[in-house]
Design a binder for this molecule. Structure first.
Ligand SMILES: NC(=O)c1ccc[n+]([C@@H]2O[C@H](COP(=O)([O-])OP(=O)(O)OC[C@H]3O[C@@H](n4cnc5c(N)ncnc54)[C@H](O)[C@@H]3O)[C@@H](O)[C@H]2O)c1
Length: 359
């Protein structure tokens, strides 16, 4: 068997997304890797993903899966990450760890320490960085001048709306997101840790924040509304509104609006784009970057699935490429930990009625 040997531990929603992305990449000759093992405490899930990926080992024992592989994807509910990370680290395997690292900051710090001490290659599942429209936006706002030839001006403010239906239904075939001991919290840590990371990536380190949260659905400790306003060292002020609602026609979407002194950029959908750019001279639409179009054309997946798989496929491909070249994979565990620090500060601010917190 050729290529990097992969084990997928946790064969639920996101384990299946990674399995499908890895198959689409492999069958499109975009990676040289094989899923050799699938592991889940639910035997039927391990079997079903094992069949999809053509895995030789289908098991409920993570130890067997780790032994069989060179690189391990941990896709179990958040409270199970620590134990599995320690096992992967002890075996010296490369680690792809789903976000959040853990249900709270202290556990995330311990995971990070264990991974750094083991010196294993590691990447975290903060996939908005791998989404081509988001990456294109990051590039756009890092340039002094725009594709129109005009100045970008001074970055000033951003507003991010992230909403999805309460994720214990529909494509989410599990209920642990309503249990604080497993998830660590609600929409802020479980879902919008992605958003916090994206805002830090786009606008740089934050120096302070204020946050509020609310719980309408009534699951103890599980906020279904969170707002966070970050003041970045760059001077940008960004605001996130994160909502879990009951609108079953809205599975998950984000809309990001960025103002600089001379331009407004709107990202209408974080996975599909497009970006609309408005300046004093008019409006312009920016579509998928050429490199992403090339990957999409080669992904061996049904056309309607390609855009939903794309960010995961880009992240998986980047991880495998880093393993084969020896470059440090990105975003690594340090990036995941920084997002946890900001999320933790946001919870503390919200608990104090929105009191400002320095970071
Ligand atoms: N990066 C992303 O965009 C993204 C999206 C969804 C979920 N996630 C994260 O991925 C993780 C899993 O989420 P999900 O939606 O796939 O959950 P899920 O409930 O759909 O799947 C988790 C699977 O793990 C299995 N499992 C539990 N404990 C196990 C163990 N010790 N060993 C082996 N299998 C075990 C469960 O039986 C289940 O099948 C969570 O941390 C979540 O926050 C990330």
């Amino acid at each position: 068997m050729a290529g990097t040997r992969i084990a997928l531990i946790g064969c639920g929603f996101i384990g299946t997304v990674h399995g499908a992305a890895l198959m689409a990449l492999r069958d499109g000759s975009l990676i040289d890797a094989e899923v050799v093992a699938t592991c889940d405490i639910d035997g039927a899930r391990a079997k079903s993903l094992g069949e999809l990926c053509g895995a030789s080992f289908v098991t409920s024992d993570p130890g067997c899966a780790i032994d069989a592989a060179e690189a391990v994807w941990i896709c179990t509910p958040t409270s199970n990450h620590a134990d599995l990370v320690h096992r992967v680290a002890a075996a010296g395997r490369a680690l792809y760890l789903e976000k959040p690292l853990a249900p709270d900051l202290r556990a995330a710090e311990e995971i990070s320490k264990a991974v750094q001490a083991a010196g294993i290659p590691n990447q975290v599942g903060l996939v908005l960085r791998s989404s081509p429209p988001v990456a294109a936006l990051a590039e756009l706002i890092s340039q002094a001048s725009l594709p129109t030839g005009e100045d970008l001006g001074v970055p000033m403010a951003a507003v991010l709306r992230d909403d999805q239906f309460f994720p214990i239904q529909g494509m989410y075939q599990s209920r642990w997101r309503s249990q604080v001991s497993v998830s660590g919290g609600g929409t802020l840590i479980e879902h919008s840790i992605h958003d916090i990371d994206m805002l830090l990536w786009l606008f740089g380190k934050a120096s302070s924040l204020t946050a509020r949260k609310a719980n309408h659905a009534g699951y103890p400790g599980i906020e279904d509304v969170a707002t966070v306003t970050l003041t970045h060292e760059s001077g940008v002020i960004s605001t996130l509104a994160s909502v879990w609602h009951a609108i079953l026609t809205r599975p998950s979407t984000r809309r990001l609006e960025i103002f600089t002194s001379d331009a407004m950029c709107v990202l209408k959908d974080e996975m599909a784009g497009p970006i609309r750019l408005q300046t004093s001279s008019g409006e312009l639409e920016i579509g998928m970057p050429k490199e992403a179009v090339a990957v999409i054309s080669r992904l061996a997946a049904p056309e309607p699935l390609k855009l939903s798989l794309l960010a995961y496929a880009m992240a998986d491909m980047a991880f495998l490429t880093a393993l084969s070249t020896g470059a440090p994979p990105e975003p690594g565990i340090d990036v995941g930990l920084e997002a946890h620090r900001v999320v933790d500060a946001a919870y503390r601010s919200a608990a104090a009625g929105g009191a400002p917190r320095s970071l």
